[in-house]
Design a protein around this ligand. Structure first.
Ligand code: GDP
Ligand code: MG
Length: 750
């Protein structure tokens, strides 16, 4: 499972609390002093944010959870993608002072994208002034996260009724509405658990609460509403409730064993969103959360109940979802086993790269400590030592029967949008810098490294991604370099010149022998409505039979002549002879190949690249393209004019000047959720945001990424510090002839 949240909601603090409560740590670290277990990179400690996923198996009661701390920003590259891909369930945290925030919606969509359907919501920081259980629940509905949030625990701010009257913030207890228990935390923070009475009268008389405690009259309605709501999505529970006697206490007699199976099924179907609450900082609610993670979130068997896959001797299939370097242990590859068993001291096939790999040791990593194991069975998550080539996102399979498992890579690195030149401090630093870059690209394949005319270039997904690359190079690899100018990545489209007379022959001398290779290619610009193949970065490459030609590294047999031809095509496309930019929007079909048998297939790569390069040169330089971003800017009415003018000056285009009204969808209705009264969380802080910000205007626009690298400081100046914006990638667009001249000049090509 993953913990996901808007930044500063308490993810790292909750992780520490979980580790402490499950006895992996004797004292919790703190993000505020930079001593936590999962934020272990120095770069992360400094920033106080988590940039690298960490995985820890947590044993709690009869369960083992693999806690995977996913980074929550698109610019962090492939690690976000692969970590999201590997979890089956998620705990989403909300800071209950703030309610649902922008990035809460972002991570929610990310979970949608990877089909992580089962989620639990944890309303954190209820000890803080201004925290509100009610407003947080309402913000879930207002922001349409889920139509059926279901409180399964209620907070007790204080056992002194006066504290409610005085609006004193706090969190001293919890009511478990399913098990019908109350958790009381003493002054040291130690909980004691007490069963609640099962009749209305006894409940009202109970000495678990002081007389006239305001929460007591609310407990029965909260349980009744919860059960009624659950019954709406569970026919069996509906029948159970229908069979109850007509006594107000009857709903209290329903045992947790009668509820849990239905609640679990509904959670797995994503019909309800269980809501828990507490304070990670004070360890209030952590144990209850772990209980319900165990009870409600899916196990690997729920995800793939096929017995053929679970059998210990089934063919192995595992995903390398993270690769990291450890000073003492060397390369560590984190895997999840999706079928069969991974054994130590065994050979496996990396199906994504068609390479055999030798597994030496298998480890379970408990934060700083490691336990060596002999095998990782179906469903487990662990670290592999000894792999030499495997990158984040690669698939590992059994060696036997591996050839038909030459599956496509599970995760395709997104195309790079920005690059920066890397300048080693001295000549002696060049090699270490190159080695460090190579290592980094293995841990994050969305980082690409290239040497162009003697200059070392690093390509990444955005400004923040490159910033993280920079600090990881310094902190983890300790190499000496400077970053040069940052640049967005441009593309060249295939030109429209006549290529019919380009020779399809390539000749060379090998060992004194004249060798001639013939490659029949048809190369045309991609039709406007033809979608490019993501594996070919904006192009389409087909075999003679019209089927897609997989890129070189995805062929089962690297000595397959077509694998070599594919390699050559990639190489020619990666740098056009006209501009050195990567080529885009070409439609290439390999119609025929003729070469002497005695020639080794590896010669074909160079020959194919040379022939395709001739074609691209003959077609002439096509249009240039640059990456665009989509912006959602929210500013006060008074700043709209300045913001729009600035967008125009930077090549942007306003799509909608008044997006707020339309873009704000109807909130989900309250009737299928139990919404407690506001006083349940006393204190008079600011109310959590729902659908406020009516005074603001929301502008939707697109703009070239190259013009928006410093937008946060620009918008601050334009909006008097009140503007907010959010940007996402919007693909490549053709630029005007005027802009093309600018770009070529910037690249030193004119
Ligand atoms: P992350 O960015 O989601 O990992 O959040 P952190 O765990 O780094 O927490 C951000 C800040 O919130 C830190 O200063 C924490 O001490 C604080 N914090 C986290 N949980 C709680 C909580 O339950 N109550 C209070 N009062 N503060 C908390
Ligand atoms: Mg964190």
């Amino acid at each position: 499972m993953a913990l996901v949240a808007h930044i500063d909601s308490g993810k790292t603090t909750l992780t520490e609390s979980i580790l402490l409560q499950s006895h992996y740590l004797s004292s919790a670290g703190s993000v505020d002093t930079g001593s936590t277990t999962t934020d272990f990179l120095p770069a992360e400690r400094e920033r106080g944010i988590t940039i690298q996923s960490a995985s820890i198996p947590v044993r709690w009661k009869d369960w083992t959870f693999n806690l995977i701390d996913t980074p929550g920003h698109a610019d962090f590259g492939m690690e976000v993608e692969s970590a999201s891909r590997v979890v089956d369930g998620a705990v989403v945290l909300i800071d209950s002072v703030e309610g649902v925030e922008a990035q809460t919606k972002g991570v929610w969509r990310q979970l949608d994208r990877y089909d992580v359907n089962s989620r639990i919501l944890f309303l954190n920081k209820l000890d803080r002034p201004g925290a509100s259980f009610r407003s947080s629940m309402l913000s879930v509905l207002a922001n349409r996260l889920h139509p059926r949030p279901m409180a399964i625990a209620l907070p007790i701010a204080s056992f002194d009724p006066q504290d409610y009257a005085r609006a004193e913030p706090g969190i001293q207890g919890l009511v478990d509405l399913i098990k019908w228990e109350v958790w009381k935390y003493d002054a040291e923070g130690k909980p004691s658990i007490h069963a609640l009475p099962r009749t209305k009268d006894e409940l009202e008389q109970s000495d678990l609460f002081p007389p006239s405690h305001p929460i007591v009259p609310h407990l029965l309605p909260a349980r009744v509403t919860m059960l009624d709501n659950l019954a709406q999505v569970s026919e069996e529970l509906f029948d159970v409730l229908l069979g109850l006697p007509e006594d107000p206490s009857a709903y209290l007699s329903v045992q947790s064993s009668q509820i849990l199976p239905h609640l679990r099924a509904a959670t797995l179907r994503n019909d309800v969103l269980p809501v828990l609450c507490g304070s990670a900082f004070k360890h209030v609610g952590t144990e209850l959360l772990m209980n319900y993670v165990g009870e409600l979130l899916p196990s690997p068997v729920d995800v793939d109940p096929n017995p053929k896959v679970m059998a210990p001797n089934a063919p192995l299939r595992a995903l390398a979802w993270k690769v990291g370097w450890d000073k003492r242990k060397g390369w560590m590859t984190f895997v999840r086993v999706y079928a069969g068993t991974l054994k130590s001291q065994s050979s496996v096939l990396n199906a994504s790269q068609s390479q055999r790999e030798k597994v030496s040791k298998l480890l379970l990593l408990y934060a700083a400590e490691a336990e060596e194991v002999d095998s990782l069975p179906f469903g487990s998550v662990g670290a592999v030592l000894g792999l030499k080539h495997t990158r984040t996102g690669d698939t590992l399979v059994s060696v036997a029967g591996g050839s038909n498992a030459s599956s496509l890579r599970d995760i395709i690195p997104p195309p790079p949008l920005m690059s920066v030149s890397v300048i080693p401090h001295s000549h002696a630093d060049l090699e270490p810098v190159e080695e460090a870059l190579k290592a980094l690209a293995r841990t994050d394949p969305s980082v690409r490294v290239e040497t162009l005319e003697g200059q070392l270039l690093v390509h990444g997904l955005g400004a923040l991604h490159l910033e993280i690359v920079e600090s990881r190079l310094r902190e983890e690899w300790k190499v000496n370099f400077e970053f040069g100018q940052r640049r967005v990545s441009f593309r060249e489209c295939l030109g429209s010149g006549d290529v019919s007379r380009v020779s399809n022959l390539w000749q060379t001398e090998i060992g004194g022998q004249h060798v001639q290779i013939k490659l029949d290619l048809s190369v045309t610009p991609l039709d406007e409505d033809e979608s490019p193949d993501p594996l070919w970065d904006g192009n389409v490459v087909l075999m003679a039979n019209g089927k897609p030609l997989p890129p070189g590294e995805l062929h089962a047999n690297p000595n397959d002549p077509l694998a070599q031809v594919a390699k050559g095509i990639s190489s020619a496309l990666s740098s056009s002879p006209n501009t050195t930019l990567a080529l885009s929007r070409a439609h290439i079909q390999v119609n025929g190949l003729d070469y002497p048998k005695e020639v080794h297939p590896s010669v074909l790569a160079g020959a194919s690249a040379a022939i395709l390069r001739k074609v691209i040169r003959a077609a002439g330089q096509g249009d240039l393209m640059e990456p665009y971003i989509k912006l959602k800017i929210s500013v006060d009415e008074g700043s709209v004019g300045r913001v729009v003018e600035d967008l125009g000056e930077h090549g942007g285009e306003v799509l909608d000047l008044n997006a707020a009204e339309e873009a704000e969808p109807e909130p989900f209705v309250e009737e299928s959720a139990y919404i407690p009264p506001q006083w349940l969380s006393p204190s008079t802080g600011k109310a959590a945001k729902g659908t406020s910000s009516r005074m603001k205007r929301t502008i939707l626009a697109i703009a070239p990424l190259s013009q928006m690298l410093d937008y946060s400081s620009r918008l601050r100046a334009l909006s008097g510090g009140h503007g907010l914006f959010h940007m996402e990638n919007d693909g490549f667009r053709r630029v005007s002839a005027l802009r093309a001249v600018d770009i070529l000049r910037e690249l030193g090509r004119m």
